[in-house]
Design a protein around this ligand. Structure first.
Ligand SMILES: C[S@@+](CC[C@H](N)C(=O)[O-])C[C@H]1O[C@@H](n2cnc3c(N)ncnc32)[C@H](O)[C@@H]1O
Length: 286
């Protein structure tokens, strides 16, 4: 099959997929090694049977609603590549707003102790470690399926991130950060994109999202379980003037601000994502 013939075949398989041109390009580039430029210059180039089969198989899965990111096995976040697959949440552009706000509030060219809770693919921890290279970054993740992706993404991106497998809902985990009877490691910032979907939202998931792990999505009946526990338990680790900053669901700003206030945080703030929705909330422990 030639490049042009494969392109027509994928057009036909992907015809009901919303971003079909983008998805086709990704499949041809990643599974057949044909770039957009090569498609235009060498339309009659013959492709190997293996490459054609891989692209057709990928397109069929995509047409059946399977996430493109899992088919490709990787996705970009903040300009870096992250390995993904079933068992780990796909990094979202929304989460870049959390990273932007965290960097803006901490400031560059200074050392910070940063702890990323519910780290998943490691997109937040790795990005902060690379963007703020003087900092010490720690990442906590519970899922045995997600943890290998976290470790691999730290390694592949050459990031300095210390990893801990554990349950953020369990206060005993804080002991891993203790350096003496009275003191914990210096943590200036706790950042987290925890599971935050409600019962209702879990029932109305888009088909693609149903392939992602429930443990990465479900935040208890009202979606706020992790915010309550993290704000209450993990504030113990924060230094004076320390920052706690969360990604939040589109309708959670008021609830998360209240949770932070109730736990003694002040100078509460929110920030928007690129589409203008309030998707970040945080505060300081003065
Ligand atoms: C919304 S995902 C965020 C992943 C990643 N930080 C990101 O922004 O793409 C939440 C993550 O929390 C993890 N998780 C769920 N319950 C946890 C727990 N009790 N302790 C630690 N991690 C947990 C899930 O496995 C998942 O990786």
């Amino acid at each position: 099959m030639t490049v042009n013939e494969l392109s027509a075949r994928l057009d036909s398989i992907l015809r009901e997929v919303p971003d079909k041109d983008f998805d086709k390009m990704c499949l041809m580039e990643d599974l057949c090694g044909v770039t957009r430029e090569q498609m235009a210059i060498y339309p009659d180039k013959k492709l190997s049977e293996a490459a054609v089969n891989a692209a057709v198989k990928g397109a069929r899965r995509r047409a059946a609603g399977y996430p493109l990111q899992y088919i490709l096995g990787k996705w970009e976040f903040y300009g870096r590549s992250f390995k993904v697959g079933e068992g780990v949440l796909i990094p979202r552009p929304d989460t870049e707003a959390l990273v932007d706000e965290t960097i803006a509030r901490l400031g560059r060219n200074k050392p910070h102790g940063i702890l990323d809770l519910c780290s998943g693919s490691g997109c937040i921890a790795v990005t902060l470690a690379k963007e703020l290279p003087e900092s010490s970054v720690y990442a906590v993740e519970l899922s045995p399926e997600a943890f290998p992706y976290l470790a691999e993404n730290v390694r592949a991106n050459g990031a300095e991130v210390k990893l801990l497998k554990g349950d953020v809902m369990n206060g005993a985990l804080l002991e891993n950060f203790r350096i003496s009877e009275e003191e914990y490691l210096d943590i200036d910032c706790i950042v987290s994109n925890p599971p935050y979907l409600t019962d209702r939202e879990m029932e109305e998931l888009q088909q693609e999202v149903t392939f992602e792990p429930e443990t990465a999505l479900y935040g208890g009946t009202d979606g706020l379980k992790f915010y309550r526990v993290i704000a209450c338990l993990w504030k113990e680790l924060l230094k004076k003037d320390g920052l706690m900053i969360f990604e939040i669901g589109t309708e959670q700003a008021e609830d998360v601000k209240k949770i932070l206030t109730d736990n003694g945080f002040t100078d509460i703030f929110t920030a928007n994502d690129a589409t203008g929705g309030i998707r970040v909330a945080g505060g300081y422990l003065r």
